[in-house]
Design a protein around this ligand. Structure first.
Ligand code: FAD
Ligand code: 2HG
Ligand code: ZN
Length: 476
């Protein structure tokens, strides 16, 4: 096999209609943020694991590298090819089957290309809950969620994608298939292979299916929106919420005034509450196993205590599911409002929760000195210590010119502050190509060497998503 006869071989494997070339590839070549435009050798769309294995074998023989792609909603430039036209995009989107829901084991086995929302709905119909939940759930896939170890808005109760995964099926770089879908809750037979692939961003293997953990549906779910006077107050409210609600606390999100102002500007029909009067708002969710009345009583007691303690200045509890949905819709619209406003800078960071107020105060001041007028769009999963500490160009400025002039210095300042505060430069979106060159500054040499050793062992030809997470040539 040579690169020249690879396309006919791929057509034989998946059918000619599922090998796309030329302009048919365009929708797969640009990342969600529209920051990079790659050029694919072709897009291959296999229908089953056996086809993925054959594609991988053909590519290994031809020495052609592969970029796995699910919903292409990733935010770190990991799911689109380089500009050189030599990489194949392997799209998993045709592999959507929910293979089995096991009610007694409380698991679902699903193919990698299944869209997250479709899986949530299938599981809901079966009377159970798959709690992974994120703004991109209408288009991201389970394979992408596991490859990035996605977080989202329910992590405070249910954990990341990693915690929700009991087993994987993976096609390796040489086309072998590792079958690990047993779905056991206990299995201490040596190294944990599943956890090696979760969060590996397509650089160690191609996830073709997964067995996932399910939960009972709560009897009631309540959402509240609260104005808080400061980020210190928000963290105090988080601690109080843990005390009052315990494991019933399923979501705790924070949003600054800059973020909500953007949503109000681009989507005024969403009627963002309270944003003009306060610098910070919090969105809380509680899930109750007893009843709505029980949930409401606990929630009211929590908010009343918080007001007495002066950590909440105003609050509403959604009256019904529609109102709750509307409040969540505001939160989920921040990313879209940022995109509508123009090119922007994103930092998906985590810092120990207790240190977040000090981290933000110091870094806000530093950035305003570095790039006067920069708009700070700060929001995220405070319950997990995860902030989307984002920036928009000053109002009226040319966004592209601002980013060209300031992004490098701003990001370095943010990441150095994160490091000083004992945090991580990627809480949930991953490294991709965007943060690849930052990684060596924030991981120890030993950690980097272990990562390179694992990459070399699993993908010696460096065919799987080269240049993502680690540099393609091991010079780091
Ligand atoms: P893609 O973007 O297609 O790929 C992401 C990475 O995974 C790439 O490196 C790719 O090569 C690899 N990959 C994809 N499929 C496979 C596979 N089957 N096997 C091996 N590797 C694979 N992320 C969060 O964590 N939390 C959020 O709250 C959140 N909210 C978002 C909101 C919006 C509006 C948007 C646009 C994105 C958001 N994201 C969030 C980021 C993104 O949705 C997640 O990273 C998601 O998990 C990516 O899934 P995907 O199917 O789109 O993967
Ligand atoms: C979210 O929490 C996502 O909404 C996207 O992780 C964050 O746009 C972002 O930076
Ligand atoms: Zn997030």
């Amino acid at each position: 096999m040579t690169p020249d006869n690879l396309i006919p071989a791929l057509r034989d494997i998946v059918g000619a209609a599922h090998v796309l070339t030329g302009d048919a590839c365009i929708e797969f070549e640009t990342d969600w943020r529209q920051r990079v435009r790659g050029k694919a050798y072709c897009v291959v769309r296999p229908a089953c694991t056996a086809e993925v294995a054959k594609v991988m074998r053909a590519c290994a023989q031809a020495g052609v590298s592969i970029v796995p792609q699910g919903g292409n909603t990733g935010l770190v430039e990991g799911s689109v090819p380089n500009a050189d036209g030599e990489q194949i995009i392997l799209s998993l989107r045709r592999m959507q089957a929910v293979r089995a829901i096991d009610l007694a084991n409380m698991t679902v086995t699903v193919e990698a290309g299944c869209v997250l929302q479709s899986l949530q709905e299938a599981v809901h119909e079966a009377g159970l809950l798959f709690p992974l939940s994120l703004g991109a759930e209408g288009s991201c896939t389970i394979g992408g969620n596991l490859a990035t170890n996605a977080g989202g808005t329910q992590v405070v109760r249910y954990g990341n994608a990693r915690e929700l995964c009991l087993g994987l099926e993976v096609v390796l770089a040489d086309g072998q298939v590792w079958e690990g879908l047993q779905g056991l809750r206990k299995d201490n037979t040596g190294y944990d292979l599943r956890n090696l692939f979760i969060g590996s961003e397509g650089t160690l293997g191609i996830i073709t299916a997964a067995t996932l953990r399910l939960y009972p549906q709560p009897a009631a779910q309540l959402t509240a929106w609260a104005a808080v006077p400061s980020l210190e107050a928000a963290t105090a409210l988080l601690a109080l919420s843990h005390r009052h609600l315990s494991s019933a606390l399923t979501g705790f999100e924070v949003m600054n005034q800059g973020a909500l102002k953007l949503v109000d500007a681009h989507y005024p029909h969403l009627r963002v509450p309270m944003w003009r009067e306060t610098m910070w708002c919090v969105l809380l969710e509680a899930s109750d196993s007893e009843s709505e009345a029980h949930a409401r009583a606990r929630f009211e007691h929590l908010l009343q205590t918080a007001m007495e303690d002066d950590i909440v200045t105003d609050a509403i509890i959604a009256e019904n599911i529609r109102q709750a949905h509307d409040l969540w819709h505001i939160r989920e619209s921040i990313t879209l409002a940022q995109a509508a406003e123009g090119l922007n800078i994103k930092h998906d960071v985590s810092v120990p929760i207790s240190r977040i107020p000090e981290f933000v105060a110091q870094t806000d001041a530093q950035l305003q000195a570095l790039a006067p007028g920069v708009r700070l769009i700060n929001f995220g999963h405070l319950g997990d210590g995860n902030l989307h500490y984002n920036m928009q160009a000053p109002a009226g400025a040319d966004a592209a010119a601002f980013i060209a002039a300031h992004e490098a210095a701003i990001s370095d300042a943010v990441y150095q502050a994160v490091h000083r505060f004992g945090g991580s430069i990627s809480a949930e979106h991953g490294i991709g190509a965007l943060k690849r060159d930052k990684l060596p500054h924030y991981k120890t040499p030993v950690a980097l060497q272990l990562m390179r050793t694992i990459k070399q062992a699993l993908d010696p030809q460096c065919l799987l998503n080269p240049g993502r997470v680690l540099a393609a040539e091991p010079t780091q």
